[in-house]
Design a binder for this molecule. Sequence first.
Ligand SMILES: [Fe+2]
Ligand SMILES: [Fe+2]
Length: 175
Amino acid sequence: MIEQYPRAEWGTVHTIGGLGQFWLDRHDDFRQMAAMMDQGTNKALEGEMQPMEFAQWFAPRLNSFLGGLNGHHQIEDYQYFPVFAAADDRLKGGFDLLDEDHHLLHDMLERNAAAANDFIQVLQSEGQQDPRKALDIYAQEAKGLLSGLMRHLEDEEDLILPLLMDQGEAKFGGY
Ligand SMILES: [Fe+2]
Ligand SMILES: [Fe+2]
């Protein structure tokens, strides 16, 4: 359906409704948070931010990022995807893939949180272990999650926005 409603025509030829805009805005929030987290991680990797300073900076942000993402996926999985998938038979396979993505992302999200905890624990061991190694492992997990997430957000928009444009939003609770 994306062929009929290409991205370049969103908001110009084809109107983006309130529900579609809500999706794009929510996804943009995640993109911004992800970019900010990634910048911080790079600073820590390059030594521009000390490990302890980085830990204090990223811990609350990572918490709200991972929590927000989890909540968003739950709303999609339970509230919207079943209704969207039922609306057009051609989309069933696409929504199944997005659902699989959510499981994969959830695993990455848990590994990310575990790597973050390990890093913080190493810092709390007061010099008994080198925090660089734990930081590298965290950074690797974080970058894996971010790149998977960026792809997912785009794939999801390519499926949902055309559907909303095609069928109108009223039947999905939009306006
Ligand atoms: Fe999603
Ligand atoms: Fe989403």
